[in-house]
Design a protein. Sequence first.
Length: 409
Amino acid sequence: MSGEDRNGLHVVNIGTVHQDENKQKKRFPWPEPAIRLPEDPLTKGLIVMIILVLAFALIGYWSYNRIHLFEGFDIRRSATRQDAEGTQCEMLGKTLIKYNHDGVFASGLDGQIKWSSAYSMQTPLSDICGGKMIIYEQLGTHALIVSDEGTEGMYQVPHPIRKAVVSRSGVAAMILDNDTQTLIEMYTSSGSQIASIRTTLADTGYPLDLALAPGGKRLMVSYMALENGKLCGRIVMYDFSGSGGNDQEHVTASFSYPETVFPDVFFTGENRAAAIGDDRFIVYTGVSKPAESASVMLDKEVVSCFYDEKAIGFIFRSEDTENRYEIDAYSFSGRHLMSSDFNFEYDDVRMESGEILMNDSGNIYVYRTSGKQKLSAGYEKEVVYFRQIPGLRDYLVITPDSLDRIRIE
């Protein structure tokens, strides 16, 4: 029975109701919200206001950290430092590595020694990749591979070391000099030789710098060569994985640049490398067949170069009479990110996580790659090392007698 009955009551067909409900579900397929605003207008307005205040607070906090120039700091923790003169410091993960001509020591930021290893090196130098570090004797024959947990290998090579680099896997590559020729050799962390490349000025050129990919299988070398009687920079890529390059020479790519010298080369990952020349920087991408992906000409004198995984920066002599230097940063695609002038001398510069850190003996500075300066502050003690550490605006400052964890404000 449908329609109205004799008493004026309306009879509803149950099937029709279900059909209407199904139509509504098809028309509005999303689930009902888990949280509903109260129906009371006053309460609803209060909640909306709180949300807006929180949103504006977050935006303000983000802008404060991105734009504000900090000129002060608070020393949150300080530990006494009692190291021999000439001790060098580097962060390896969350561990502080200190080394000198007598040995290497690892400590936390509280100054407590975790482990140590003795050796004898007249002029120790170092290189870091990932969680590995090589300490080697410049113009000597000893090398040491360490991680934050301790020594992984110590060995001696047959010829004096001019330069050494390490990979994340602990493989090391070295430029070795002897009386008659220059060699490039690769070693495992235990000292077993992986490869040896003999270089001559007539064939390959003279090696200026070298770099290892993080995996320790791919090598890049910058040579200074002569072509047709003229100076030429040559970048050569090698692959020792057994899957790439010429079977005998392991060469995957070679690039020549007339009248340009490349004193610095580095990898930023397995797939990307860069070469810094006296008039340009070049980025290469690819594993089996590396190719140029960006090239940027530099028309000013390069004073310093620095980089992290995302950007590369330069300090040039400034053409502005009121400033001594100009700082510029580029992405690895060649895009210009920032330019800023400054008028102070500096002892060290590095790039970490999108920030450029600089210091002299009595001041610390931080620039953002957006071009804004983040920190400019004097330090009451001599600064010998300055870098980022985990924490909100936290940094490590090492002085001759202390390890200071500071928070800029």
